[in-house]
Design a protein around this ligand. Structure first.
Ligand code: AHR
Length: 539
């Protein structure tokens, strides 16, 4: 072992993680990250680390809902491992029931005695092989969803049906969820179905993708619908209304939607129309390419990371449009669908549509995305990964009694300390790289990251996307503060394709990484193809 290696791979004492010792970082170049804990910025909304679950393929049925009589360990029909892991990462919210499914969903179908609930059409049915999960059984409805939220400690975020429902159906759902006991017949009905106390749902999505499966509207048409939905809504809890936002992964970023929607709201004379959240969707969309989740080369690795970080420009572009209509920015982003979307080919099975293999590449993509979200904490109220289990950018895969965390799960675990902490300016001094893409080449930050502070603890997360070189990185505090202690965790693997399978569920997992502290500086070597989280105790 070289002196350098001894110096930098000294195992740090990090509880609950394995020691990172098997990988050899190439020490190519030095980087410096300057952080200023004396100038904390906005609070990072914990809801940025949120979730999305839809009645689609194996997400709800099998993934989450195994049924009360199942032999699979469960709590009231909910998969026990899933509940435990969401608790472990402090899942702040769950968005449900869709997705495209939401605009065909009638909430009344999912209440009452399960055996008597109707079997109904599911938007995704045409994509499913006949049989399992195709027809909607409605076994999982609002009471089962709320039970999941309570067990996890997550806030519910409901997507209302604008595409095929109506304002009255929406208002009744709000009343059913939130009216105090004994006040309305709908509150009595809720009590008769097992929940006397109101659910107190605050987050309400007014439709989903209303430019597509949610109604094929223009931004202006949707503005008219939106006004109808919110003007008579019962307000037992002050609602946080989320309007459908743009299809951010369109070639032009779909700026026309945002213009059309906000311009459409201007036609209301004298009445303020409240828009609390604006639901930007951004998929790192490779559906039209040969790229799949499992098999890729160096070009595919970089292409996905490069396209992923385009979300920062999309956030900036739409924020600038919103500023013209709402200069004080009452409306913030709810990025309620984000993640990688490859062409098919790596599904868990034919009826697990939209599931795909999740590798180390997806874990790095999630890290770079979260660092962008953190850096835009002033603009973002919430974000929801699409989707939490058995789907696109999932944290978990489960079929029957088989279950595993994917590499992306660990990104959520590493980033947990950022939730609710205050953003801290971090200046990374390290050159960009030129990387090959599927076609041509592009520039990519050599290191990217974000920093936050809570009490006297600084958290710095950094991604090194390079497939070649590790980077010796000095993290220096400006403003005269000194460091008492540093701990670091790393997520990496020698193979860029590494994934966790039911047979080898721990192939990709967290490990401790050595750090050295001296005065105002901590030094850590960030291995190639890795995410590192450093926790610094300020003296
Ligand atoms: O996450 C899968 C689908 O992607 C959602 O149902 C829809 O909203 C989006 O197009």
């Amino acid at each position: 072992m070289t002196a350098d290696r001894r110096r930098f791979l000294q195992t740090a004492a990090v509880a609950g993680v394995a020691s990172f010792a098997g990988l050899r970082p190439l020490l190519a170049a030095d980087a410096e990250i300057e952080v200023d804990p004396s100038a904390p910025g906005p609070r990072i909304s914990p809801h940025i680390y949120g979730h999305f679950i839809e009645h689609l393929g194996g997400v709800i049925y099998d993934g989450i809902w195994v049924g009360r009589d199942s032999k699979i360990p469960n709590v009231g029909g909910l998969r026990q491992h899933f509940v435990d892991d969401l608790k472990r990462i402090g899942a702040p919210n769950l968005r449900w029931p869709g997705g495209c499914f939401a605009d065909g969903y009638h909430w009344r179908d999912g209440i009452g005695t399960p055996a008597r609930r109707p079997r109904t059409y599911n938007y995704w049915e045409h994509r499913m092989p006949p049989g399992r999960h195709a027809t909607e059984s409605n076994a999982f409805g609002i009471h089962e969803f709320m039970s999941l939220c309570r067990l996890v400690g997550a806030e519910p975020y409901l997507a209302a049906n604008v595409g095929s429902g109506g304002p009255q159906e929406f208002h009744d759902w709000v009343s059913y969820c939130n009216a105090p006991p004994g006040t309305l017949s709908l509150a009595d009905e809720r009590a008769a179905n097992g929940d006397k106390e109101p659910f107190n749902v605050k987050y309400w999505g007014v439709g989903n993708e209303s430019w597509g499966c949610g109604g094929n509207m223009t931004g202006g048409e949707y503005a008219t619908e939106y006004r109808k939905y919110i003007s008579q809504v019962p307000t037992y809890v002050r609602p946080f209304f989320v309007a459908t936002g743009p299809r951010g992964h369109s070639a032009d970023g779909d700026v026309g939607w945002t213009e059309g929607f906000f311009a459409g709201l201007q036609n209301v004379r004298g009445l303020g129309v409240r828009v609390d959240g604006f639901a930007l969707h951004y998929y790192t969309d490779f559906r039209q390419t040969a790229e799949d989740g499992a098999r890729f080369d160096e070009k595919g690795w970089y292409a996905v990371l490069h396209k992923g970080i385009r979300i920062e420009k999309i956030i900036d572009d739409h924020w600038a449009i919103m500023a013209r209509y709402d200069p004080e920015h009452h409306t913030r982003f709810v990025i309620d669908e984000w993640g990688n979307w490859y062409r098919g080919g790596t599904e868990l099975g034919p009826d697990y549509i939209l599931s795909q293999t999740i590798t180390l590449r997806d874990a790095l993509h999630a890290a770079m995305t979260f660092d962008i979200f953190n850096r835009h904490a002033d603009k973002i109220e919430m974000a929801n990964v699409a989707q939490t289990i058995n789907c696109l950018h999932s944290l978990f895969a489960a079929t029957g009694d088989r279950y595993t965390r994917t590499p992306a799960y660990y990104t959520f675990e590493m980033y947990r300390p950022h939730m609710g902490a205050r953003l801290v300016p971090a200046r990374i001094r390290f050159p960009e790289m030129t990387v090959p893409l599927l076609e041509g080449s592009a520039r990519l930050p050599g290191l990217s990251g974000s920093a936050s502070v809570r009490e006297r603890v600084l958290t710095i997360t950094v991604t090194n996307p390079s497939l070649q070189d590790g980077v010796v990185t000095r993290i220096r505090l400006s403003g005269g503060a000194l460091l008492r202690e540093a701990r670091a965790t790393v997520l990496t693997h020698p193979d860029m394709h590494a994934t966790n399978t039911f047979e080898k569920p721990n192939e990709v997992a967290l490990a401790a990484l050595a750090t050295q502290v001296s005065g105002d500086t901590a030094t850590v070597t960030i291995p190639k193809q890795s995410v590192v989280a450093v926790s610094l105790q300020i003296a």
